[in-house]
Design a binder for this molecule. Structure first.
Ligand code: SAH
Length: 442
């Protein structure tokens, strides 16, 4: 059919042609004879053959490898973008030879310049987003079936649902929407419309009053997108009634990523229980039915006040809220020789940046050490870390050091992560931040 290849590179090219790879198809001029493939790669910013007139961003080899390994973020130093390209646009991605690599949201401000939407050459239009949303929702129907809409669920978890920069939570029949990057912010109304069409919620509240938006040059904003202010919305977590004030609350504060861990922790509760970093008492209230008494500790008065209301709403008379620094309380209790049968540690992220890892590990070690001192024989510790910069191995090593220092042998009953409606993306460690160990001190 053709001349023998002149070089190994040529041979590989011909092999790819024979396999009819998508990249080659992409390069093939639409109107020309299929066998003529000698076409120069698309020029930067030009319109490549394909599904749309989006502009092209060229990726470095390193970036292409990163995508091939499953990642979805590319940093600015690894892209060449047309100078007139605006933040928030959908772009075609090409490797340095011009081969199609995917389509992505482009950001003009954040260090993350490219967030992958698809590896296919497909139109990024309303139908595309409907399919992505439906795909996200279908997972929740499996892992958190809730036909009566009495519970809460994360419906869209950003990059992990291949909808980068979009977070949607449902609380009973209401929703909150966060558009955290330029591209989703520019399409805020589209997403609100599509959610309204797909799920018909009573209200959609915008909660874009979050600091991460600053990296994208986006302002803080909150308000109603659809429907009227629903006021405090009651929802169930297992058997426990919780309330989220979607519009007026400081933040929704429901920490839905911990929902399954809280319910699971409840199964192990007994005797005297201690819930440190309790916020609105969500762990404490799961412990209450099986524990004799629960002490719930938070440094914030407001959190404790919310917790007391929540306990009253659930008729949980055995939960006592204390406003205290958990570090001080744990030290004082262990020095006083107190004993607890169940302890939960759910602190805020101690390592917010890479540089704070060491200090964070000291923090985790300290609270876990105190907890092991306090646990009665056979007592259960539910210990959590939501610091992305500290991975599972580091966290487990730190907890082990704490156990050794306390001279306790410790069984691992469960190694858990975020709830199933917060999926992680294989190849994107950034989506896998929450660690929850359920341990028993022997
Ligand atoms: N366990 C909660 C979420 C905790 S969020 C739940 O499942 O819903 C972390 C909480 O830790 C916040 O409420 C914050 O006020 C509290 N906190 C932060 N530092 C603290 C400290 N040193 N002592 C006690 N509470 C603290």
């Amino acid at each position: 059919m053709s001349d023998p290849p002149r070089s190994p590179k040529e041979a590989r090219r011909l092999e790819r042609l024979k396999q009819g790879s998508r990249a080659v198809r992409d390069l093939r001029p639409r109107a020309s004879a299929p066998r003529r493939v000698e076409r120069p790669p698309p020029v930067l910013g030009s319109v490549a053959a394909g599904t749309s007139d989006e502009r092209t961003v060229v990726l470095s080899k390193r970036a292409v490898d990163r995508l091939a390994q499953g990642h979805v973020w590319i940093y600015r130093s690894d892209v060449a973008a047309p100078s007139t390209l605006g933040g928030g646009e959908v772009v075609r991605l090409a490797d340095e030879r011009g081969w199609f690599t995917g389509k992505a949201f482009y950001g003009s401000t954040s260090q993350i310049a490219v967030r992958l939407l698809t590896r296919e050459d497909e139109p990024i239009d309303e139908e595309f987003f409907v399919r992505r949303l439906a795909q996200a929702i279908s997972l929740r129907e499996i892992v958190r079936p809730d036909p009566e809409r009495r519970g809460a669920a994360r419906l869209v978890h950003g990059e992990a649902d291949l909808l980068p920069g979009l977070i949607v939570d449902r609380y009973a029949d209401c929703m909150t929407l966060q558009t955290l990057i330029e591209a989703t912010d520019a399409r805020r109304d589209l997403f609100a419309d599509l959610l309204q069409r797909l799920l018909a919620p009573r209200a959609i509240v915008e909660r874009n009053d979050v600091r991460v938006r600053a990296h994208e040059g986006l302002e803080q904003r909150k308000g109603m997108l659809r429907g009227g202010d629903p006021g405090p919305v009651e929802f169930l977590e297992g058997e426990v009634k919780l309330v989220a004030d979607l519009l007026a609350g400081q933040k929704t504060g429901a920490f839905l990523d911990q929902a399954e861990n809280r319910i699971e922790a409840g199964r192990y509760a007994r005797g005297l229980a201690l819930d440190c970093f309790t916020y609105g008492g969500a762990f404490a209230l799961q412990l209450a039915p099986r524990a004799a008494q629960v002490i719930a500790v938070d440094i914030s008065d407001q959190a404790a006040a919310q917790g007391r209301e929540a306990a009253a709403r659930n008729g949980a008379h055995n939960v006592e809220f204390k406003v205290a620094n958990a570090f001080d309380l744990l030290r004082a209790e262990s020095e006083a020789g107190e004993r607890y049968d169940t302890i939960v540690l759910d602190p805020p992220a101690f390592a917010k940046t890479k540089t704070s890892i060491d200090a964070a590990l000291r923090g985790y070690k300290e609270i876990n050490l105190r907890a092991f001192h306090l646990l009665s024989p056979g007592g259960v510790l539910v210990t959590n870390s939501c610091s992305f910069h500290i991975d599972e191995a580091m966290f487990e090593r730190t907890v082990l050091q704490a156990a050794s220092d306390a001279r306790r042998s410790v069984q691992v009953i469960e190694r858990r992560g975020a709830a199933k409606d917060h999926p992680t993306l294989l190849g994107v460690p950034e989506t896998r931040y929450l660690k929850c160990l359920i341990l028993r001190a022997l």
